[in-house]
Write a protein that binds this ligand. Structure first.
Ligand code: ATP
Ligand code: MG
Length: 378
């Protein structure tokens, strides 16, 4: 379900193991649809297309977290569906997600749900300054506004169409981490090494593994929390949990869960080139009921996201191809492009992973690539 780049990389992994694939996505040029055996070009709620998908597929998964949970429920009547509609529904709603973190015993940011004038008026001043986020349908920093005080909060809520929102306290972030877990139907769970992420303008820009600035005990705690979150919703499939590392007054670092994605995640793309099993390989194994084995990081890695902005660095308005030849001359470079026909600013067009014998090697080459591409360093 879903034809984006995550689906495309899943299809690649499934096909490498000899599976045939089917993608449901209305876009005839969707990155996954272009490389799949079957491409059902219809809406996620099209019952005829869902019936056809159930006919051609032995198991169903999703790469797009806003697939209507109802569609997954319908498919689950005749085919194994992982993750289950119930788990996806939790991840689709920031309020439900935070309630789930609490159930799993994992701390998250202080917050309030704003769904009425009364709730707006009753907001605890301690949540300001904060970030107002729509409860559903947000991604890449969309549907969010930073608010300093009550007046800005009221204006931002208006601007977001008075949609159901979550107001989160603005936290002083020391670092951002994520953990990717794969959990099988038998309850066995494995995880990838903890990733350190850098966001720019609300969009993931750089992922580094091993996480350079995070004490091992905190990284272990993040992995433990991610597994507890998966376990407590009987999750099956690949799940990513994003964390903030917050520095307290005494300098002590603590972990705060931000959000989760019921699918492989952008911060796990490096696993294709730096691990003996990628996040997509493990998703295939989850789907097929095959054994999960703990993945091994065989190289240090740095991943750079390639946004459409890179195609517009020249003087002219016309897009131009970035200097891939120069980038690929750097040792350890792995270029992944998603086959999107049109580059647009902010659009994820591909990613570049650098693998190295040491973290310093991978970082040095990634920084050279940043210079070549006109990206800021990290
Ligand atoms: P994604 O593309 O990961 O789904 P999203 O649009 O759902 O992104 P969030 O992960 O909620 O958004 O926030 C995007 C980024 O904004 C975070 O990675 C972090 O850098 C910053 N941010 C979000 N919430 C807070 C907070 N409470 N305090 C400080 N910074 C925050
Ligand atoms: Mg996020």
């Amino acid at each position: 379900m879903g034809g984006g780049q995550l689906g495309r990389m899943f299809v690649h992994a499934a096909q490498a193991m000899g599976y045939a694939t089917a993608v449901l996505d209305a876009d005839p040029m969707s990155p996954a649809g272009l490389v799949s055996h079957h491409h059902l070009q219809a809406a996620y709620t099209d019952t005829a297309a869902l019936a056809e998908l159930a006919r051609v597929a032995d198991a169903v998964t999703t790469e797009f977290e806003n697939v209507p949970a109802e569609a997954l429920r319908l498919l689950a009547a005749s085919r194994p569906v992982a993750p289950a509609a119930e788990a996806v529904a939790i991840c689709q709603d920031r309020a439900a997600e935070k309630a789930h973190f609490a159930r799993a015993g994992v701390p998250c940011a202080a917050h309030a749900v704003i769904d009425s004038e009364a709730a707006l008026a009753a907001v605890d001043g301690a949540l300001l300054p904060g970030i107002l986020k729509t409860a559903t349908l947000g991604y890449d920093g969309k549907g969010q506004a930073r608010v300093a005080d009550r007046a800005e909060l009221a204006a931002a809520w208006q601007k977001l169409g008075r949609a159901r929102c979550v107001l989160e306290q603005l936290l002083p972030l020391h670092r951002e981490l994520s953990v990717i877990v794969a959990r099988g139907a038998d309850g066995q769970a494995v995880s990838f090494p903890v990733q350190q992420n850098l966001h720019r303008d609300g969009i993931l820009a750089v992922t580094q593994v091993p996480a350079p600035d995070v004490p091992e005990a905190l990284a272990d705690e993040a992995a433990r929390c991610a597994k507890a979150i998966a376990e407590s919703m009987a999750y099956v499939g690949v799940l990513c949990v994003e964390f903030f590392v917050v520095q307290g007054a005494g300098g002590a670092l603590r972990l705060v869960a931000n959000e989760m994605a019921p699918r492989p995640h952008n911060s796990g793309h490096y696993t294709i080139d730096a691990c003996d099993l990628s996040q997509f390989d493990l998703q295939v194994r989850c789907m097929a009921g095959l054994p999960l084995v703990a993945p091994r990081l065989h190289s240090a890695a740095v991943m750079l996201n390639l946004l459409g902005d890179l195609w517009f660095t020249g003087a002219a308005d016309l897009p131009r191809t970035p200097p891939w030849g120069d980038v690929l001359a750097l040792p350890g470079a792995h270029l992944h492009l998603y086959g999107k026909a049109e580059a647009r600013p902010g659009r994820k067009m591909g990613h570049l992973s650098f693998t190295g014998a040491t973290a310093e090697d991978a970082r040095a080459m990634a920084l050279r690539a940043c210079t070549l591409l006109g990206l800021p360093g990290f």
